[in-house]
Design a protein around this ligand. Structure first.
Ligand code: PLP
Ligand code: COI
Length: 341
């Protein structure tokens, strides 16, 4: 398939309309058979559940071209499983994970001309989402829903590629204990918009959110989990019931232990101990692993020894191994790579 005429190397993280998207509709208690469409417009009631009460959940994953020219996705079954969990929490009917994976395959195959070539540093981002479409005015779940997957070719999430980021400790909270921080609901992102605009206005790249109950423990940023490396080379990531269970982070813990022979641990991490770490990174589908050079806590600077010009050495090894697995240069653990074509 001939590729589209796109300058792949200069793509940022933005929306470019591709040829096909996947759509399925839920009505009278059942999902229809779904399929591809070229229509990028959504027409719904002015009173739709998604518009009135933000009844929507979503996912994010990528398709890559491997070194030997295959198109693959990374652990889409885990995105399907997480979307099921997100849907249950917002009283949205589950779109079954097996159908999710089939839809991913179908939509990537149809848009294969938009999958960036190997070595370009870009990938095809997939955004699956579910939303309530029929009218609700009393506070209650919709009865009709749509599931869509749109795709868009993307480059790095943070401008400047892998230049270390500067974060601030945020005074706003992202998620409450027993709230919705652990699911991928649009509402979590809506309420982070003011905090991120304010952070950017103050010259910071991202916010470090703390736990809302005590404001002493590290949670995550608006769109990625944290990963730290201790001075003796151990990988540690925050454990919390109110952060998104990142598929990238779970994969990196495995990579650290089984590919790099490092100790890796998920545990509560206090803000107080952050100054003692050697390296820090943000991990996620969009962020991949983006190094953090500095965190500012109300004027007090925490500068990581890895500095402001490059990734720390262990972060770099993790990055190279993960991206090597995703692009077929390094053999993947069983079941991690779903081949599309
Ligand atoms: N945390 C938040 C709030 C996110 O939006 C994301 C992105 O999906 C992540 C973490 C990383 O999750 P994953 O690695 O599954 O993409
Ligand atoms: C992703 O990494 O897929 C996300 O959904 C995060 C978002 C900030 C783009």
């Amino acid at each position: 398939m001939e590729k589209k005429n796109i300058d792949w190397g200069s793509l940022g993280f933005g929306y470019i309309k591709t040829d096909y998207r996947y759509v399925a509709n839920y009505k009278n208690g059942a999902w229809d058979e779904g399929g591809l469409t070229t229509d990028d417009m959504v027409t719904i009631s002015e009173c739709a559940g998604v518009l009135q009460y933000a009844q929507t959940v979503f996912e994010g994953l990528k398709a890559y071209t491997t070194e030997d020219g295959r198109i693959v996705t990374f652990r889409p079954d885990l995105n399907g499983e997480r979307l099921e969990n997100s849907a249950r929490r917002l009283e949205i009917p589950v779109f079954p994970k097996e159908r999710f994976v089939d839809a991913v395959v179908e939509v990537v195959k149809a848009n294969s001309a938009f999958v960036p070539p190997y070595g370009s540093g870009a990938s095809l981002y997939l955004r699956p989402y579910l939303f309530g479409t029929d009218p609700v005015i009393g506070v209650k779940p919709a009865t009709e829903y749509q599931f869509r997957i749109l795709t868009t070719p993307v480059g790095p999430y943070f401008k400047g590629g892998i230049k270390p980021l500067t974060l601030r400790v945020c005074d706003f909270d992202r998620a409450a204990p027993r709230g919705t921080g652990h699911i991928k609901a649009g509402l979590n992102y809506a309420m982070s918009l003011h905090a991120i605009v304010d952070a950017h206005n103050q010259g910071y790249d991202e916010n470090m959110y703390l736990d809302a109950a005590t404001r002493t423990k590290v949670e995550e940023t608006g769109g990625a989990n944290f990963l730290f490396v201790t001075k003796d080379g151990k990988v540690v990531t925050p454990k919390s019931d109110s952060i998104l269970p990142s598929i990238t982070r779970r994969s990196l813990i495995y990579v650290a232990q089984h590919y790099l022979g490092l100790e890796a641990e998920e545990r509560e991490i206090t803000l107080e101990e952050v100054k003692d770490f050697a390296e820090c990174g943000l991990c996620g589908t969009a962020a991949v692993i983006s190094p953090v050079g500095k965190i500012v806590d109300h004027g007090k600077e925490i500068c990581f020894p890895s500095g402001m010009t490059d990734m720390g050495p262990i972060t770099k090894k993790l990055y190279e191994t993960l991206t090597g697995i995703q692009s077929g240069r390094i053999e993947a653990p069983e079941g991690w790579i779903k081949e599309i074509c």
